[in-house]
Design a protein around this ligand. Structure first.
Ligand code: PMP
Length: 461
Protein backbone atom coordinates (compact mmCIF):
# COMPACT_ATOMS: atom_id res chain seq x y z
CA UNK A 1 0.00 0.00 0.00
CA UNK A 2 1.28 3.52 -0.81
CA UNK A 3 2.05 5.63 2.22
CA UNK A 4 -0.25 8.62 2.12
CA UNK A 5 1.71 11.80 2.86
CA UNK A 6 1.78 15.49 1.92
CA UNK A 7 3.98 14.53 -1.00
CA UNK A 8 1.21 12.84 -2.97
CA UNK A 9 -0.29 15.00 -5.75
CA UNK A 10 -3.40 16.95 -4.71
CA UNK A 11 -5.60 15.03 -7.16
CA UNK A 12 -4.56 11.71 -5.62
CA UNK A 13 -5.23 12.96 -2.07
CA UNK A 14 -8.64 14.19 -3.22
CA UNK A 15 -9.39 10.86 -4.87
CA UNK A 16 -8.59 8.95 -1.69
CA UNK A 17 -10.55 11.48 0.40
CA UNK A 18 -13.58 11.03 -1.86
CA UNK A 19 -13.29 7.25 -1.73
CA UNK A 20 -12.99 6.83 2.03
CA UNK A 21 -13.61 9.95 4.06
CA UNK A 22 -17.11 11.07 5.04
CA UNK A 23 -17.13 14.82 5.87
CA UNK A 24 -19.25 16.39 8.63
CA UNK A 25 -22.08 18.73 7.58
CA UNK A 26 -21.33 18.10 3.88
CA UNK A 27 -23.11 16.69 0.84
CA UNK A 28 -20.49 14.06 0.13
CA UNK A 29 -21.31 13.47 -3.54
CA UNK A 30 -21.07 17.16 -4.45
CA UNK A 31 -17.79 17.61 -2.59
CA UNK A 32 -16.32 14.42 -4.00
CA UNK A 33 -17.00 15.60 -7.52
CA UNK A 34 -15.03 18.81 -7.10
CA UNK A 35 -12.51 17.55 -4.51
CA UNK A 36 -11.86 18.99 -1.06
CA UNK A 37 -9.11 21.55 -0.59
CA UNK A 38 -6.27 19.76 1.19
CA UNK A 39 -4.79 21.73 4.06
CA UNK A 40 -1.28 20.57 4.79
CA UNK A 41 0.28 23.02 7.24
CA UNK A 42 -0.48 26.02 9.43
CA UNK A 43 1.50 28.63 11.36
CA UNK A 44 0.17 31.58 13.30
CA UNK A 45 -2.99 32.73 11.49
CA UNK A 46 -2.11 31.22 8.10
CA UNK A 47 -3.00 27.85 6.60
CA UNK A 48 -1.14 26.33 3.66
CA UNK A 49 -2.81 24.03 1.15
CA UNK A 50 -1.36 21.19 -0.91
CA UNK A 51 -0.73 23.58 -3.81
CA UNK A 52 1.40 25.77 -1.53
CA UNK A 53 -1.17 28.58 -1.32
CA UNK A 54 -1.31 30.52 1.98
CA UNK A 55 -4.78 31.26 3.35
CA UNK A 56 -5.58 33.64 6.19
CA UNK A 57 -7.79 31.73 8.61
CA UNK A 58 -10.49 34.18 9.63
CA UNK A 59 -12.29 31.44 11.58
CA UNK A 60 -9.45 30.10 13.80
CA UNK A 61 -10.26 26.63 12.48
CA UNK A 62 -13.75 26.12 13.88
CA UNK A 63 -13.58 29.07 16.34
CA UNK A 64 -10.95 27.28 18.35
CA UNK A 65 -7.31 28.06 17.51
CA UNK A 66 -7.14 31.08 19.81
CA UNK A 67 -3.35 31.13 20.25
CA UNK A 68 -2.68 30.51 16.54
CA UNK A 69 -1.30 27.42 14.83
CA UNK A 70 1.93 25.54 15.31
CA UNK A 71 3.16 26.55 18.79
CA UNK A 72 6.21 24.49 19.69
CA UNK A 73 5.48 24.63 23.45
CA UNK A 74 2.14 22.90 22.84
CA UNK A 75 3.85 20.06 20.98
CA UNK A 76 6.34 19.77 23.85
CA UNK A 77 3.57 19.69 26.45
CA UNK A 78 1.84 16.85 24.58
CA UNK A 79 5.07 14.90 24.13
CA UNK A 80 6.04 15.33 27.80
CA UNK A 81 2.66 14.08 28.98
CA UNK A 82 2.61 11.12 26.58
CA UNK A 83 5.95 10.03 28.01
CA UNK A 84 4.91 10.59 31.63
CA UNK A 85 1.36 9.21 31.72
CA UNK A 86 -0.17 8.55 28.33
CA UNK A 87 -3.63 7.74 29.54
CA UNK A 88 -5.52 6.89 32.63
CA UNK A 89 -9.18 7.13 33.51
CA UNK A 90 -10.83 8.86 36.45
CA UNK A 91 -13.82 6.53 36.81
CA UNK A 92 -12.77 4.10 39.51
CA UNK A 93 -11.43 6.01 42.52
CA UNK A 94 -8.34 7.29 40.69
CA UNK A 95 -7.25 10.65 39.43
CA UNK A 96 -4.15 12.18 37.81
CA UNK A 97 -2.20 15.40 37.97
CA UNK A 98 -3.22 16.96 34.61
CA UNK A 99 -6.95 16.59 35.42
CA UNK A 100 -6.44 17.95 38.94
CA UNK A 101 -4.35 20.88 37.72
CA UNK A 102 -6.71 21.79 34.88
CA UNK A 103 -9.84 21.58 37.04
CA UNK A 104 -8.19 23.77 39.70
CA UNK A 105 -7.05 26.28 37.07
CA UNK A 106 -10.53 26.47 35.51
CA UNK A 107 -12.06 27.01 38.96
CA UNK A 108 -9.63 29.90 39.45
CA UNK A 109 -10.40 31.49 36.06
CA UNK A 110 -14.17 30.98 35.99
CA UNK A 111 -16.33 33.64 37.63
CA UNK A 112 -18.45 33.29 40.77
CA UNK A 113 -18.71 29.90 42.44
CA UNK A 114 -18.07 27.89 39.27
CA UNK A 115 -15.57 25.74 41.14
CA UNK A 116 -16.09 22.22 39.80
CA UNK A 117 -15.31 20.65 36.44
CA UNK A 118 -16.75 17.59 34.72
CA UNK A 119 -14.56 16.84 31.71
CA UNK A 120 -15.67 15.71 28.25
CA UNK A 121 -14.02 15.23 24.90
CA UNK A 122 -15.92 17.98 23.07
CA UNK A 123 -18.56 20.68 23.36
CA UNK A 124 -21.33 18.31 22.26
CA UNK A 125 -20.38 15.79 24.92
CA UNK A 126 -20.22 18.51 27.57
CA UNK A 127 -23.73 19.65 26.68
CA UNK A 128 -24.93 16.05 26.88
CA UNK A 129 -23.42 16.02 30.37
CA UNK A 130 -25.26 19.24 31.20
CA UNK A 131 -28.58 17.86 30.05
CA UNK A 132 -28.24 14.76 32.21
CA UNK A 133 -26.74 16.74 35.09
CA UNK A 134 -29.55 19.28 35.42
CA UNK A 135 -32.22 16.58 35.21
CA UNK A 136 -30.33 14.50 37.77
CA UNK A 137 -30.03 17.57 40.00
CA UNK A 138 -33.80 17.99 40.17
CA UNK A 139 -34.43 14.26 40.50
CA UNK A 140 -32.05 14.16 43.47
CA UNK A 141 -33.95 17.03 45.00
CA UNK A 142 -37.14 14.98 44.79
CA UNK A 143 -38.53 16.71 41.69
CA UNK A 144 -37.97 14.21 38.85
CA UNK A 145 -40.80 15.74 36.83
CA UNK A 146 -38.76 18.91 36.59
CA UNK A 147 -37.05 17.76 33.39
CA UNK A 148 -37.85 20.23 30.62
CA UNK A 149 -34.92 22.18 29.28
CA UNK A 150 -35.66 25.38 27.42
CA UNK A 151 -33.29 26.42 24.62
CA UNK A 152 -33.49 28.68 21.56
CA UNK A 153 -34.34 28.33 17.90
CA UNK A 154 -31.17 28.69 15.81
CA UNK A 155 -29.02 27.95 18.85
CA UNK A 156 -26.13 25.51 18.42
CA UNK A 157 -25.00 23.15 21.16
CA UNK A 158 -23.44 20.29 19.19
CA UNK A 159 -24.59 17.43 17.00
CA UNK A 160 -24.94 14.47 19.38
CA UNK A 161 -28.49 13.40 20.31
CA UNK A 162 -28.43 15.71 23.34
CA UNK A 163 -26.45 18.58 21.85
CA UNK A 164 -28.38 18.50 18.58
CA UNK A 165 -31.67 18.47 20.50
CA UNK A 166 -30.67 21.41 22.68
CA UNK A 167 -29.68 23.29 19.55
CA UNK A 168 -32.56 24.73 17.60
CA UNK A 169 -31.51 24.13 14.03
CA UNK A 170 -34.10 22.73 11.66
CA UNK A 171 -31.64 20.92 9.35
CA UNK A 172 -30.25 19.04 12.37
CA UNK A 173 -33.68 18.25 13.80
CA UNK A 174 -34.79 16.94 10.41
CA UNK A 175 -32.45 13.95 10.62
CA UNK A 176 -32.17 11.08 13.09
CA UNK A 177 -35.17 11.63 15.33
CA UNK A 178 -34.31 14.93 17.05
CA UNK A 179 -35.13 16.66 19.26
CA UNK A 180 -35.39 14.12 22.07
CA UNK A 181 -38.34 14.69 24.43
CA UNK A 182 -38.75 17.51 26.91
CA UNK A 183 -36.64 20.11 25.17
CA UNK A 184 -38.46 23.26 24.15
CA UNK A 185 -37.19 26.07 21.91
CA UNK A 186 -38.09 29.73 22.23
CA UNK A 187 -37.24 32.56 19.80
CA UNK A 188 -33.70 33.85 19.38
CA UNK A 189 -32.60 37.46 20.08
CA UNK A 190 -31.81 38.08 16.40
CA UNK A 191 -32.97 41.67 15.94
CA UNK A 192 -31.68 42.20 12.39
CA UNK A 193 -33.65 39.26 10.97
CA UNK A 194 -36.66 39.17 13.23
CA UNK A 195 -36.91 42.47 15.11
CA UNK A 196 -39.21 44.21 12.62
CA UNK A 197 -39.93 47.79 13.68
CA UNK A 198 -38.96 47.33 17.30
CA UNK A 199 -35.79 48.85 18.72
CA UNK A 200 -33.11 46.24 19.46
CA UNK A 201 -33.63 46.86 23.20
CA UNK A 202 -37.38 46.32 23.06
CA UNK A 203 -36.90 43.23 20.95
CA UNK A 204 -34.23 41.79 23.28
CA UNK A 205 -36.61 42.16 26.20
CA UNK A 206 -39.47 40.60 24.31
CA UNK A 207 -37.43 37.58 23.26
CA UNK A 208 -36.16 37.06 26.82
CA UNK A 209 -39.74 37.23 28.06
CA UNK A 210 -40.60 34.27 25.84
CA UNK A 211 -38.71 32.30 28.48
CA UNK A 212 -41.10 33.45 31.20
CA UNK A 213 -44.10 32.66 28.99
CA UNK A 214 -42.79 29.14 28.34
CA UNK A 215 -42.08 28.55 32.04
CA UNK A 216 -45.60 29.63 32.95
CA UNK A 217 -47.08 27.49 30.19
CA UNK A 218 -45.34 24.31 31.36
CA UNK A 219 -45.47 25.29 35.02
CA UNK A 220 -42.21 26.16 36.81
CA UNK A 221 -42.35 22.78 38.56
CA UNK A 222 -41.67 21.13 35.17
CA UNK A 223 -38.74 23.29 34.01
CA UNK A 224 -35.19 22.23 34.89
CA UNK A 225 -32.99 24.69 33.07
CA UNK A 226 -32.48 27.23 30.33
CA UNK A 227 -29.47 26.98 27.99
CA UNK A 228 -28.12 29.58 25.57
CA UNK A 229 -24.90 30.63 23.93
CA UNK A 230 -23.73 33.97 25.31
CA UNK A 231 -23.35 35.06 21.68
CA UNK A 232 -24.84 32.67 19.11
CA UNK A 233 -21.96 31.49 16.96
CA UNK A 234 -22.95 28.90 14.38
CA UNK A 235 -26.33 30.63 14.10
CA UNK A 236 -24.55 33.59 12.48
CA UNK A 237 -22.70 35.50 15.26
CA UNK A 238 -25.87 37.01 16.67
CA UNK A 239 -24.92 39.49 19.39
CA UNK A 240 -27.93 39.85 21.69
CA UNK A 241 -29.38 43.29 22.47
CA UNK A 242 -28.16 44.67 25.83
CA UNK A 243 -31.54 44.00 27.44
CA UNK A 244 -31.55 40.27 26.73
CA UNK A 245 -29.29 38.59 29.26
CA UNK A 246 -30.30 40.65 32.31
CA UNK A 247 -33.92 39.68 31.67
CA UNK A 248 -33.05 35.99 31.18
CA UNK A 249 -31.10 36.11 34.44
CA UNK A 250 -34.02 37.72 36.27
CA UNK A 251 -36.47 35.10 35.02
CA UNK A 252 -34.19 32.15 35.88
CA UNK A 253 -33.74 33.51 39.42
CA UNK A 254 -37.45 34.18 39.88
CA UNK A 255 -38.50 30.62 39.01
CA UNK A 256 -35.39 28.87 40.35
CA UNK A 257 -34.49 27.60 36.86
CA UNK A 258 -30.88 26.53 36.38
CA UNK A 259 -28.99 28.68 33.88
CA UNK A 260 -26.50 27.02 31.53
CA UNK A 261 -24.40 29.34 29.39
CA UNK A 262 -22.69 27.64 26.47
CA UNK A 263 -19.26 29.26 26.23
CA UNK A 264 -17.79 26.73 23.80
CA UNK A 265 -16.98 29.57 21.40
CA UNK A 266 -16.98 32.57 23.72
CA UNK A 267 -14.78 31.11 26.47
CA UNK A 268 -11.08 31.85 26.87
CA UNK A 269 -10.88 35.37 25.56
CA UNK A 270 -13.01 35.60 22.45
CA UNK A 271 -15.13 38.46 23.80
CA UNK A 272 -12.19 40.11 25.59
CA UNK A 273 -12.73 38.48 28.99
CA UNK A 274 -11.97 34.94 30.08
CA UNK A 275 -15.68 34.22 29.77
CA UNK A 276 -18.50 36.05 28.02
CA UNK A 277 -20.53 35.74 31.23
CA UNK A 278 -18.26 38.53 32.51
CA UNK A 279 -18.77 40.55 29.31
CA UNK A 280 -22.57 40.32 29.62
CA UNK A 281 -22.84 40.21 33.42
CA UNK A 282 -24.41 36.73 33.54
CA UNK A 283 -24.26 34.51 36.63
CA UNK A 284 -24.74 30.96 35.34
CA UNK A 285 -25.04 27.70 37.29
CA UNK A 286 -23.05 25.81 34.65
CA UNK A 287 -20.93 26.86 31.68
CA UNK A 288 -19.97 24.66 28.76
CA UNK A 289 -16.40 24.92 27.49
CA UNK A 290 -14.37 23.28 24.70
CA UNK A 291 -12.59 24.71 21.62
CA UNK A 292 -10.47 27.58 23.07
CA UNK A 293 -9.80 25.53 26.21
CA UNK A 294 -6.99 23.84 24.28
CA UNK A 295 -6.98 26.24 21.32
CA UNK A 296 -7.98 23.16 19.31
CA UNK A 297 -4.61 21.46 19.85
CA UNK A 298 -6.37 18.53 21.52
CA UNK A 299 -10.04 17.54 21.68
CA UNK A 300 -11.27 18.47 25.15
CA UNK A 301 -14.40 20.03 26.63
CA UNK A 302 -16.13 20.24 29.94
CA UNK A 303 -18.86 21.58 32.17
CA UNK A 304 -17.78 24.11 34.80
CA UNK A 305 -20.32 23.68 37.55
CA UNK A 306 -21.31 25.99 40.40
CA UNK A 307 -21.27 25.00 44.09
CA UNK A 308 -25.06 24.56 44.33
CA UNK A 309 -25.35 22.00 41.53
CA UNK A 310 -22.07 20.26 42.36
CA UNK A 311 -23.17 19.70 45.98
CA UNK A 312 -26.26 17.79 44.83
CA UNK A 313 -24.54 15.85 42.04
CA UNK A 314 -21.62 14.89 44.28
CA UNK A 315 -24.06 13.43 46.81
CA UNK A 316 -25.12 10.70 44.38
CA UNK A 317 -23.40 8.44 41.88
CA UNK A 318 -23.74 10.32 38.59
CA UNK A 319 -23.83 7.46 36.08
CA UNK A 320 -22.15 9.37 33.32
CA UNK A 321 -18.66 9.78 31.88
CA UNK A 322 -16.47 9.37 28.85
CA UNK A 323 -13.36 7.24 28.38
CA UNK A 324 -11.55 10.45 27.55
CA UNK A 325 -13.02 12.64 30.33
CA UNK A 326 -9.99 14.59 31.54
CA UNK A 327 -7.60 12.79 29.16
CA UNK A 328 -4.14 13.53 30.58
CA UNK A 329 -2.59 14.57 27.28
CA UNK A 330 -5.53 16.82 26.36
CA UNK A 331 -5.51 18.29 29.88
CA UNK A 332 -1.76 18.94 29.80
CA UNK A 333 -2.10 20.65 26.43
CA UNK A 334 -5.05 22.74 27.68
CA UNK A 335 -2.97 23.81 30.70
CA UNK A 336 -0.13 24.87 28.41
CA UNK A 337 -2.63 26.83 26.32
CA UNK A 338 -3.90 28.63 29.43
CA UNK A 339 -0.31 29.36 30.46
CA UNK A 340 0.35 30.92 27.05
CA UNK A 341 -2.86 32.97 27.20
CA UNK A 342 -1.90 34.26 30.65
CA UNK A 343 1.84 34.78 30.33
CA UNK A 344 1.67 36.31 26.88
CA UNK A 345 -1.21 38.51 28.02
CA UNK A 346 -3.31 37.47 25.03
CA UNK A 347 -6.49 38.87 26.60
CA UNK A 348 -4.81 42.27 27.00
CA UNK A 349 -3.83 42.06 23.33
CA UNK A 350 -7.46 41.36 22.45
CA UNK A 351 -8.86 44.17 24.61
CA UNK A 352 -6.27 46.82 23.86
CA UNK A 353 -5.04 46.06 20.34
CA UNK A 354 -6.77 43.45 18.20
CA UNK A 355 -10.46 43.91 19.09
CA UNK A 356 -10.57 47.74 18.85
CA UNK A 357 -8.57 47.68 15.60
CA UNK A 358 -10.74 44.95 14.09
CA UNK A 359 -13.96 46.61 15.30
CA UNK A 360 -13.23 49.89 13.51
CA UNK A 361 -12.39 48.14 10.24
CA UNK A 362 -15.19 45.58 10.49
CA UNK A 363 -17.91 48.10 11.26
CA UNK A 364 -16.75 50.20 8.30
CA UNK A 365 -17.77 47.27 6.05
CA UNK A 366 -21.36 48.39 6.73
CA UNK A 367 -20.67 51.07 4.08
CA UNK A 368 -20.32 48.40 1.39
CA UNK A 369 -23.38 48.32 -0.91
CA UNK A 370 -23.98 44.62 -0.18
CA UNK A 371 -23.83 44.90 3.62
CA UNK A 372 -26.91 45.55 5.76
CA UNK A 373 -25.18 45.46 9.14
CA UNK A 374 -21.68 44.75 10.45
CA UNK A 375 -21.54 43.67 14.10
CA UNK A 376 -18.70 42.53 16.28
CA UNK A 377 -18.18 41.49 19.89
CA UNK A 378 -14.51 41.13 20.81
CA UNK A 379 -13.08 38.81 18.18
CA UNK A 380 -16.28 37.41 16.68
CA UNK A 381 -18.07 39.36 14.00
CA UNK A 382 -20.76 39.07 11.36
CA UNK A 383 -22.09 40.97 8.39
CA UNK A 384 -25.53 40.59 6.86
CA UNK A 385 -25.69 40.59 3.06
CA UNK A 386 -28.73 42.30 1.62
CA UNK A 387 -30.06 43.66 -1.66
CA UNK A 388 -31.56 46.62 0.26
CA UNK A 389 -29.97 48.10 3.38
CA UNK A 390 -32.90 50.26 4.43
CA UNK A 391 -35.45 47.45 4.63
CA UNK A 392 -32.97 44.72 5.72
CA UNK A 393 -34.42 42.72 2.81
CA UNK A 394 -33.54 39.15 1.91
CA UNK A 395 -32.43 38.12 -1.57
CA UNK A 396 -34.95 36.60 -3.95
CA UNK A 397 -32.70 33.52 -4.17
CA UNK A 398 -32.83 30.63 -1.71
CA UNK A 399 -31.35 31.66 1.65
CA UNK A 400 -27.61 31.02 1.64
CA UNK A 401 -27.10 31.32 -2.12
CA UNK A 402 -25.40 34.71 -1.88
CA UNK A 403 -23.55 33.77 1.30
CA UNK A 404 -22.11 30.78 -0.49
CA UNK A 405 -21.01 32.93 -3.45
CA UNK A 406 -19.29 35.26 -1.01
CA UNK A 407 -17.60 32.42 0.86
CA UNK A 408 -16.31 30.95 -2.40
CA UNK A 409 -14.94 34.37 -3.40
CA UNK A 410 -13.20 34.58 -0.01
CA UNK A 411 -11.69 31.12 -0.43
CA UNK A 412 -10.48 32.04 -3.91
CA UNK A 413 -8.95 35.18 -2.40
CA UNK A 414 -7.16 33.17 0.29
CA UNK A 415 -9.37 34.09 3.21
CA UNK A 416 -11.43 31.71 5.31
CA UNK A 417 -14.65 33.52 6.13
CA UNK A 418 -17.68 31.31 6.76
CA UNK A 419 -21.26 31.92 5.71
CA UNK A 420 -24.41 31.14 7.67
CA UNK A 421 -27.26 31.65 5.27
CA UNK A 422 -26.58 35.09 3.82
CA UNK A 423 -24.50 36.23 6.81
CA UNK A 424 -20.71 36.19 6.69
CA UNK A 425 -18.88 35.48 9.93
CA UNK A 426 -15.36 35.72 11.30
CA UNK A 427 -13.67 34.54 14.45
CA UNK A 428 -9.91 34.83 13.87
CA UNK A 429 -7.16 33.63 16.19
CA UNK A 430 -6.93 36.01 19.16
CA UNK A 431 -3.24 36.61 18.49
CA UNK A 432 -3.89 38.19 15.09
CA UNK A 433 -1.88 41.40 14.58
CA UNK A 434 -3.11 44.71 13.12
CA UNK A 435 -1.10 44.03 9.93
CA UNK A 436 -2.86 40.66 9.57
CA UNK A 437 -6.23 42.30 10.27
CA UNK A 438 -5.47 44.66 7.37
CA UNK A 439 -4.98 41.63 5.12
CA UNK A 440 -8.22 40.08 6.38
CA UNK A 441 -10.21 43.24 5.68
CA UNK A 442 -8.58 43.80 2.29
CA UNK A 443 -9.44 40.24 1.19
CA UNK A 444 -12.95 40.47 2.65
CA UNK A 445 -13.60 43.73 0.78
CA UNK A 446 -12.30 42.32 -2.50
CA UNK A 447 -14.52 39.26 -2.03
CA UNK A 448 -17.56 41.42 -1.25
CA UNK A 449 -16.90 43.44 -4.42
CA UNK A 450 -16.67 40.26 -6.49
CA UNK A 451 -19.76 38.84 -4.80
CA UNK A 452 -21.67 42.04 -5.58
CA UNK A 453 -20.70 41.73 -9.24
CA UNK A 454 -21.84 38.08 -9.31
CA UNK A 455 -25.10 38.91 -7.56
CA UNK A 456 -25.80 41.72 -10.04
CA UNK A 457 -25.05 39.38 -12.92
CA UNK A 458 -27.68 36.96 -11.62
CA UNK A 459 -30.21 39.77 -11.29
CA UNK A 460 -30.39 39.40 -7.51
CA UNK A 461 -29.42 42.97 -6.68
N1 PMP B 1 -21.66 24.63 21.62
C1 PMP B 1 -21.33 25.63 20.81
C2 PMP B 1 -21.74 27.02 21.18
C3 PMP B 1 -20.59 25.40 19.66
O1 PMP B 1 -20.28 26.41 18.84
C4 PMP B 1 -20.18 24.09 19.36
C5 PMP B 1 -19.34 23.75 18.14
N2 PMP B 1 -19.36 24.63 17.12
C6 PMP B 1 -20.57 23.07 20.22
C7 PMP B 1 -21.28 23.36 21.35
C8 PMP B 1 -20.21 21.64 19.96
O2 PMP B 1 -18.88 21.43 20.18
P1 PMP B 1 -18.13 20.19 19.48
O3 PMP B 1 -18.17 20.40 18.02
O4 PMP B 1 -16.77 20.24 20.09
O5 PMP B 1 -18.86 18.95 19.89
Amino acid sequence: MTTITNHLPTAELQRLDAAHHMHPFTTGDALNKKGARVITKARGVFLTDSEGIEILDGMAGLWCVNIGYGREEMAEAAARQIRELTYYNTFFQTTHVPAIALAAKLAELAPGDLNHVFFAGSGSEANDTNLRMVRTYWAQKGQPERNIVIARKNGYHGSTMGGGSLGGMAPIHSQGGLPIPNIHHIGQPHWYAEGGDMSPEEFGLQRAQELEAAILEFGPERVAAFIGEAVQGAGGVIIPPSTYWPEIQRICKKYDILLIVDEVITGFGRTGNWFACETFGIEPDIITVAKGLSSGYQPIGGSIVGDKVAAVINACEFNHGYTYSGHPVAAAVALENLRILEEEKVLDHVREVAAPYLKAKWEALADHPLVGEAKICGMMGSIALTPDKASRAKFASEEGTVGLICRERCFANSLVMRHVGDRMIISPPLVITPAEIDILIERATKSLDECLAAVKERGLY
